[in-house]
Design a protein around this ligand. Structure first.
Ligand SMILES: Nc1nc2c(c(=O)[nH]1)N[C@H]1C(S)=C(S)[C@@H](COP(=O)(O)OP(=O)(O)OC[C@H]3O[C@@H](n4cnc5c(=O)[nH]c(N)nc54)[C@H](O)[C@@H]3O)O[C@H]1N2
Ligand SMILES: Nc1nc2c(c(=O)[nH]1)N[C@H]1C(S)=C(S)[C@@H](COP(=O)(O)OP(=O)(O)OC[C@H]3O[C@@H](n4cnc5c(=O)[nH]c(N)nc54)[C@H](O)[C@@H]3O)O[C@H]1N2
Ligand code: SF4
Ligand SMILES: [Mo]
Length: 765
């Protein structure tokens, strides 16, 4: 294993830095105001924040200049951390439904209700009678990283849904097929690349996704300053597109065609050069023949991109000293989402840019198990089971969240009768929220929500378990360190002690597991963690590549440190990880430990059956004919795409006054020519009609969007009764996902099509 020496060096380096940090901390402790560090949980950039704390309140927030990764960067969302933390609408104590009405309750009572009502449903109807829906913030909390796998393991239900199927599931499927590991997601080596081809992403507003890079805007500017180039493919002239050398305003939903044509040009002009990848990739010839028909001329009309420009893009990609192709939400939540994501990495492979500095590289997080030596793996299976009603194949153990409503409201054996919702708001985030809203309200026997707010989804719960505000929670990024453009690790313990009557979210999850599986009274929440530690160690000691190999599991467990069960589990993961770190080391480095730039690792880390990158997997081959039909389809006259605003985060930050104002509005963006054609006026309401329903929203005429495309943001529609988010309700907006009926999916991943679907728009009145 070539990395061992380096890893030991890095650990030693970390220890030296810790000494220095300890010295500084002691020197300044007596003088400074009360400040604490907190990693921001509000987007994937994971910036380090410095909180000013008066009593138990967060009274100031700034970027932590000493953070080894974010170096002081902060955005308006991070700056609102104090307001978010102290939002008076946050629930303080559990709610329990009695005679149809939610009332406040104690923690023991809330868990008792769950223990009384959930297990009998499972006993009577089997494990699939409970559905679990996991929302996006689970990847932004420690609890969400540590406990849902245990909950799912205990419940053994196949009805698992998450925000992944309205987001990045196509990337997981593509990576699963190519590399045998759905979590092996290459990220652009942003700080070193010479050319970035970015499709369907707008990091100047989103701050980046599946590419954790604090100060993404600054890093893009630096790329151009060092002579690199940026091409942005987006139907809207976004703030990111404005920064680019080239903006390609593609017709929505056609990126797979564009990328296939780029590959075709590389082959046709002899521009492929796998370089160091040659020995590790199979299927190149098959890809060559598969893309042969997708010439620039063949795709030009569908994509509305000139053949000459497509050729120029391909040549530029091949000629760059290093380059990375990167696609995000606009390349994922589309009809050919998996094919698009596959083609992204096909191009990274064909140009020799996968797994090399400046290209698209695999991060190595400190909490993933140490990599085993290269060799054949188990491979990645899709469709091991299917959803009951529509027969959607499972992907990565999940069913499409777009099918959640029908799994609840369609009678029959295997129907979901109880739902556990953790940090999710599918009534707004998934297609056809009205149907789900009705199903949650009318067809469920029991629902539990772990959520700080009473919102469009959680208002249907029988028990709501509210986590404390973020200042009172410790933070570690289990997910995003694995997508970061630099290997690094940071941990922030709770900045403020847990308020009286609050329960840490980790304990909420642990108790939920106990209550849901029917264990009452005897087992303590810590037992859940102890069991998880025992199981992990039992396996690790048998694995030759594990740092625990051959050791006594009990002795190893006894060495773990940490003041909470979650910290001890973090300690275990760190010790079993590739850098063999400990929680103690993390605590000694409050600003983080830099583990260096990303390093090439192939063929290590591949888990395909062949032990190589399988460039032309069967499910992809089977889906390609569908893409071919797109060449001959007449494009819809008008399609809708989404957009994100810097001052938002999906559906749940509209309750923060500092964020819900100004240009963060739920308007329908329309190109001036379309506005004239359709008789729409800036500021006046328009009626938007889709397959799933109709909405009215004010028109915003702008030439920043291409002709034939309108844009409406998601996460709005806060006008349902029974919610408790006063600021959001005062400026509700409309729910764009009501335009969808939930039937448009990318078939391989089950991901919903949220971009590029047909709509009709007309003036109101
Ligand atoms: N049309 C359209 N729809 C989209 C998208 C789009 O681009 N267009 N984007 C999609 C994407 S990328 C995503 S990720 C999904 C998101 O979909 P969801 O995850 O369903 O929605 P969020 O709005 O992120 O809701 C998160 C919930 O978590 C709660 N929450 C916040 N903090 C915490 C916490 O610390 N602990 C717990 N337990 N709960 C917490 C919030 O109160 C809220 O109820 O939406 C998707 N929907
Ligand atoms: N401020 C803010 N930040 C966020 C979030 C937020 O809601 N607000 N959400 C977070 C989450 S959950 C996620 S997943 C990330 C998402 O991060 P990004 O993917 O960077 O964010 P989006 O704004 O959804 O960018 C998608 C872009 O794709 C374009 N697009 C739409 N359809 C197509 C198409 O067919 N082809 C191409 N090429 N482009 C298309 C849209 O115009 C849009 O500019 O952001 C995260 N960060
Ligand atoms: S960029 Fe993201 S992580 Fe950084 S401060 Fe803003 S919301 Fe927080
Ligand atoms: Mo997302």
């Amino acid at each position: 294993m070539p990395t061992t020496a380096t890893d030991t060096d890095r650990a030693a380096e970390a220890d030296r830095a810790a000494e220095a940090d300890r010295a500084t901390a002691t020197g300044s402790a007596a003088t400074g105001p009360t400040t604490a560090r907190r990693i921001c949980p509000l987007c994937e950039a994971t910036c380090g924040l410095t909180l000013t704390i008066s009593g138990t309140r967060v009274t100031g927030v700034r970027g932590d200049r000493d953070d080894i990764f974010s170096r002081g960067f902060i955005c308006p969302k991070g700056a609102s951390f104090g307001e978010l933390d102290a939002d008076p609408d946050r629930l303080r104590v559990p709610l329990v439904r009695e005679n149809g009405v939610l009332r406040e309750a104690g923690w023991d009572e809330a868990f008792d209700v769950i223990a009384r009502r959930l297990p009998p449903i499972l006993a009577a109807h089997g494990p699939d009678a409970v559905g679990v829906v996991l929302g996006n913030p689970n990847v932004h909390t420690m609890a969400g990283g540590l406990y849902p796998p245990l909950l799912l393991g205990a419940l053994r239900t196949r009805n698992v849904f998450s925000a992944s199927t309205v987001d990045q599931m196509p990337k997981h499927v593509s990576s699963g097929l190519l590399f045998g590991d759905p979590y092996a997601i290459p990220v652009p080596d942003l700080d070193r690349t010479g050319h970035l081809l970015m499709l369907g992403a707008n990091p100047l507003d989103s701050n980046g996704s599946l590419c954790t890079a604090p100060d993404f805007p600054g890093r893009l500017k630096a790329l151009r300053k060092r002579g690199g180039t940026l091409t942005v493919v987006d139907p809207r002239r976004t703030r990111t597109a404005r920064l680019a050398d080239r903006h390609v305003p593609i017709r929505p939903g056609t990126d797979a065609l564009l990328l296939a044509a780029l590959a075709q040009v590389l082959f046709a002009e002899g521009l492929t050069d796998l370089g160091h990848l040659e020995a590790h990739v199979e299927g190149v010839a098959e890809v060559e023949s598969a893309v042969r028909d997708f010439t620039p001329e063949a795709v030009a009309e569908a994509c509305d991109v000139e053949p000459g420009l497509i050729r120029a893009m391909a040549r530029e990609l091949a000629a760059a000293p290093s380059a990375a192709v990167y696609a995000r939400v606009g390349g994922s939540t589309v009809a050919y989402g998996t094919l698009t994501n596959w083609l992204v990495d096909v191009l990274n492979v064909l140009t020799g840019n996968l797994d090399r500095p400046g290209g698209a590289m695999f991060p190595l997080s400190a909490t993933v198990p140490a990599l085993r030596p290269a060799g054949p793996g188990k491979g990645f299976a899709l469709g091991r089971w299917a959803s009951r009603v529509s027969g959607h194949p499972e992907a990565k153990g999940e069913l499409p969240v777009a099918a959640l409503a029908e799994e609840i409201d369609t009678p029959g054996d295997g129907r979901i009768r109880a739902l556990v919702s953790i940090a999710a708001n599918p009534v707004l985030s998934a297609p056809d929220g009205d149907r789900l809203d009705r199903a949650l309200g009318g067809d469920l026997d029991f629902m539990v929500a772990v959520d700080p707010y009473l919102n469009e989804t959680t208002r249907h719960a029988d028990v709501v378990l509210p986590p404390p505000p973020p200042s009172q929670s410790a933070h570690f990024d289990f997910a995003f360190n694995g997508f970061a453009i630099r290997d690094q690790v940071r941990y922030t313990p709770a900045a403020v002690p847990l308020e009286e009557g609050r329960m840490d979210e980790c304990e909420i999850h642990a108790r939920l597991i106990l209550a849901a599986t029917g264990v009452r009274g005897t087992a303590a929440p810590d037992d859940v963690d102890a069991l998880a530690i025992d199981r992990t160690l039992a396996r690790a000691v048998t694995e030759p590549h594990s740092p625990a190999h051959g050791q006594d599991p009990a002795a190893f467990a006894a060495r773990l440190t940490g003041r909470t069960p979650a910290e001890r589990r973090l300690d275990l993961m760190l010790r079993l990880g590739p850098y063999r770190l400990t929680v103690e080391q993390l605590l000694a480095h409050p600003h983080g430990i830099d583990l260096g730039p990303l390093r090439p690792r192939l063929p290590q880390g591949l888990k395909t059956r062949s032990g190589r990158v399988e460039l032309f997997p069967d499910p992809i081959a089977a889906d390609l004919p569908r893409l071919r039909t797109a060449l001959d389809e007449t494009p819809a006259r008008l399609v809708l795409v989404g957009r994100r605003h810097l001052r938002s985060n999906n559906s749940w930050l509209h309750n923060i006054p500092a964020l819900n104002r100004g240009t963060n509005t739920c308007t329908l963006q329309v190109h001036p020519d379309d506005a004239a054609r359709l008789g729409l006026t800036d500021g006046a309401p328009a009626r938007i009609k889709g397959e799933g329903g109709e909405l009215e929203a004010p028109v915003e005429v702008t030439d920043a969007i291409r002709r034939g495309v309108v844009s409406l943001p998601h996460g709005w529609g806060h006008d349902r009764p029974g919610t408790r988010m006063a600021v959001a309700a005062a400026r509700p907006g409309v729910n764009v996902n009501q335009l969808l009926d939930g039937t448009r999916l990318d078939p391989l991943s089950g991901n919903a099509v949220l971009n590029g679907f047909p709509v009709e728009v007309s003036p109101v009145g």
